[in-house]
Design a binder for this molecule. Sequence first.
Ligand SMILES: [Zn+2]
Length: 605
Amino acid sequence: MSKYFKWLLLLLAIYLIWNRCAHLFIATNRVIASVGLVYDPGAADSSVRNAYESVLQEEGIPHRWISYHDFILQDGRDQLHRFQALIFPDALCRTIPIDVASRAKQFAQCGGKVLVVFDAGTRDRRGHYRKKGIFVNLLGVDYVQYDRLRNAAYLTSHLKFNSAADAAYWQIPPGKVSPSNELMSYIYGPMNFSVPATRLTSSSTRVYASSPFGPVLSRRPVGKGEAVWIGIPLGALKASGDDLELRAFLRTFVETIAELPHLVPSPRGLGGLVIDWHVDYNGEWIWLPSMLSHHLVRKGIHYEFDVTAGPDNNHPGDGEGFDAAGRGRPLVKEIMHYGWIGSHGGWLHNWFAHNLERHKLSRREILHLVQINDECLQNITGYPIISYAAPQGVHPQPEMTEILQQLGMCAYYYTGDAGSAPNRTFYNGRMVSKKVVAFPIMPNQNTASFYEMGEKHFSTQEIETWLDGTMKYVIKQRTVRLIYSHPHDLNTPQLRHAFSHFIDGVQVELRKGDLQVEPMYVYAHFLLRLVKTRTSFTRIKGEWIVHLSNPQGLNDVCIDMPAALLQKSFTLPATVSSRKTGDHWLFTILPDLQDLTLQLPAAKN
Ligand SMILES: [Zn+2]
């Protein structure tokens, strides 16, 4: 080895050490608003890490991953310059040492917010259960009782909130909880979760939700900060196709409890609805005109109509299809004025769903049937068909989404992740597609369409309450949800009245500028652009420097900045509009900029 090369190596080593130290210890005159996710590099569960990462990206939450080795090196007070909230995720922190909990406690005492999920700190380095979880004293919850209970230390249970208000605080939409405040699944009733047996060890722990085996969701003041306990495996749930809990609880922790600035996952930061009508068969030759004549389609409310276009329904040749190119054609032309046309499967509604479910169609046949459905509709609309709804919800993953991606589609109605926001869904531990966005249905407990609600004997008042609650939820949380039904579901005067009343309310909110109703592709295009945005919020001396950049443009991207972080008055560039709702400033970027830096006077603290 040449002498020159040795010197070069030495310099490189010095630079790397200096860089690492700078990263950890220097620059305490500035504060970076961010969430730190602590992990054990020895924990190999990449699916859980990817699950957290995907949701944090989609929610525009600035964050960084930090190994527990690096975490221990720094004093809790100094950590606050880099993170104001810390997460110890499920599966990624099982065997972290007890020193980590001391640091986390110090961090909370100095004002930081700490979230501990499920099995963090439950085992020793050999993988055996500890006598006590390392975060017990921080959380005020004893969450490792293996020594005492053995096989009864982990159980399967429903999750019950103390009240509807507590469920709403944690951003659970109204349709996802039963009248007794249990978290509900679409179709199957109360959801089952893996939970540890737990017990309270502190009178200052506030419990929000429990299983019959102890508290599952709690919060406790610690010094100037707080510690939050969530006893279900959020990341593992998301990775296996249940997005809502991770998303709703992370949002609540980061935005409400830690009050961190972030981006808003909907265009212009407005609550958004997709109102998706499935046009299945020739019965809709009657019910679509009925919707029109009862004034249930209105200008300005942009519905999505997903159409099965072929002339047949149950069997080839039965003549029971919607026949979009034939007798259905004038109706497609008519409803195009009230929204957007998407695909509802592969040419024959029931026949396609039936055969798909029984694995009787090859990939080539599926692709061909969806393609001819698309082409038929495109010939009528004059635009490409880029969104999809599975007939009877039959959407085998990941194959079906791969086919949609191949056909250039960007969004699909989805019965997985029920009740959650549009997202790049996971299946068997993997993100299904980076380009095609799933739009989960919003259920009303164990139903979703008006037809199903009728079958389960929901009163029209209950349906109205759910519709109104869903609208208010997306407005308040500035998020997006999809509701769906069929034109033929509105087959009674009572239901038509309930729906008409709902869209009266929608029109009021549209006029106020608090809501948007758009087809799936609008939100999908936005979300796929939003996740490419690089964002930083840094406080240097008396200013917050907000920097955003995105090669695909920043228009309609909205920043949510807690008002408590800023002084009362400030000026903004002409490229940014602002509005204040409650304790938050919302800054929306107007033209097609790729970079933006805001300098805002920071509140004195
Ligand atoms: Zn259908």
